[in-house]
Write a protein that binds this ligand. Structure first.
Ligand SMILES: *Cc1c(COP(=O)(O)O)cnc(C)c1O
Length: 409
């Protein structure tokens, strides 16, 4: 990364003039803690006592045997407090807010998971908390709204525009412009203006640091491949950072293929040819947009992957061909979820299952004395109604039959 917050051609900080001082202060605070080993230790201790870190690396012996190729290992981010890797980022930012002496946090949330994580952090640190959420999402994500409110957060339904995530982001920025003196904006993923991508990636690097040590301890050598799903890109960057310097380790980011790339109903930015370079929401990356720069409607069975932009750090690694990208369709995700539950007794989140799809497709290419790691970003309990509904739809079974042995149980 260069001084202005660019990763190669990507990133930057396209912010309104009024937020200039706030970002300057945030940059200074982040630079300070980055160079302070005591801060990182405080973070490690907090995550060990509040969020079950280090999370285990599970050898999926039954799945490995089933595919007859490489040994499949699963990094268990689902075992974090609140059920996903999001805890790493929000708790880290909470410690930073404490350092900066601010008393209030705000965030925007679509599916509600980042809202719940932020409300949890605010309760733990004693911050005031306001969560912006499109009115449509408030209705769709009722259980998450319930928990946010019970933990003391104020949830503001946003009624402008399409009343979804994009409108909530605008509203949250509007709040910050008038409240920046005592308020921190908790970015949920490795996107947005500098220093957010770098900061969130730094906190999430805890995943890769642990995973590298664990695979060396448990398997005796590095994995051939590491798979992670990509929404904004935070869990992927988290685990990839542990292996970026190991050039022989193949890194694969899996995006939402939705109903299929050719249907246009997907959220694959780097794995399709449908995205183009743009600047929006304060940063430059590959966006799913039309020729006029209007953002397209995306689709995925996994709400957390349903996003128009992608981390500028991943756009850079994609351009440099260090990370390879693929897409998994909704139907493939249901098949891989079914198999993982039956074979291992593990319920990955629909988001995470995208990574499982490609790991399963490629596991037979490896030898039994080689390993691959799947980053299980979260647990699937939250998806119970979506999963039940999707299993009722016969198309995922047709997929299993259509593809033959690949997923047969
Ligand atoms: C939010 C979420 C994601 C997507 O976010 P990234 O920033 O791409 O990691 C993936 N998996 C789960 C379980 C999530 O909750």
């Amino acid at each position: 990364m260069n001084k202005k917050g660019y990763f190669g051609n990507w990133g930057g900080a396209y912010i309104p003039e009024v937020l200039y001082e706030t970002f300057k202060q945030l940059n200074q605070a982040f630079e300070q803690v980055k160079g302070d080993p005591a801060f990182w230790q405080e973070y490690i201790d907090l995550m060990a006592t509040y969020s079950c870190r280090p999370t285990p690396l599970t050898h999926a012996e039954n799945l490995s045997r089933h595919f007859g190729g490489g040994q499949i290992y699963i990094k268990r981010e689902d075992l974090n407090h609140t059920g996903a890797h999001k805890a790493n980022n929000v708790m880290g930012q909470g410690l930073l807010v404490k350092r900066m002496g601010k008393k209030r946090v705000i965030a925007e949330t679509g599916a509600g998971q980042h809202g719940v994580a932020t409300a949890t952090m605010a309760a733990k640190f004693g911050f005031e908390c306001t969560i912006y959420m499109g009115e449509e999402d408030v209705i769709r994500q009722r259980p998450n709204v319930f928990w946010m409110e019970k933990m003391g957060a104020t949830v503001v339904p946003v009624t402008s525009g399409a009343r979804t995530l994009k409108d909530a982001i605008n509203e949250a920025f509007r709040d910050w412009v008038s409240s920046m003196d005592d308020t921190h904006y908790v970015m949920g993923t490795v996107c947005g203006p500098h220093p957010f991508p770098e900061m969130v990636a730094w906190f999430q690097s805890i995943i890769g640091i642990e995973a590298r040590k664990q695979i060396l301890n448990q398997f005796g050598k590095l994995p051939e491949r590491v798979y992670a799903c990509v929404g904004g890109g935070s869990n992927a960057m988290g685990i990839f950072q542990g292996f970026l310097a190991d050039k022989a380790v193949d890194l694969i980011g899996v995006e939402a293929g939705g109903k299929g790339i050719d249907t246009g109903q997907h959220a694959a930015r780097l794995a399709s040819k449908d995205a183009s370079v743009g600047v929006a929401q304060g940063y430059k990356t590959m966006f799913l947009q039309n020729d006029d720069g209007q953002m397209l409607d995306t689709h995925s069975v996994a709400a957390g992957l349903d996003y128009i932009g992608v981390s500028p750090i991943l756009s850079d690694l994609w351009e440099k061909k260090r990370v390879r990208f693929a897409a998994a369709t909704d139907a493939e995700v249901m098949a891989a979820l079914d198999l993982t539950m039956k074979k291992e007794g593990i319920i990955p989140a629909l988001e995470s299952t995208h990574a499982f799809v490609h790991a399963f497709k490629e596991a037979p290419e490896l030898k039994p004395d080689q390993a691959l790691i799947i980053n299980q970003s979260g647990r699937g309990d939250k998806d119970i109604f979506t999963i039940a509904h999707a299993f009722d739809d016969p198309s995922w079974k047709a997929f299993i039959r259509g593809k033959g042995e690949e997923y047969a149980t």
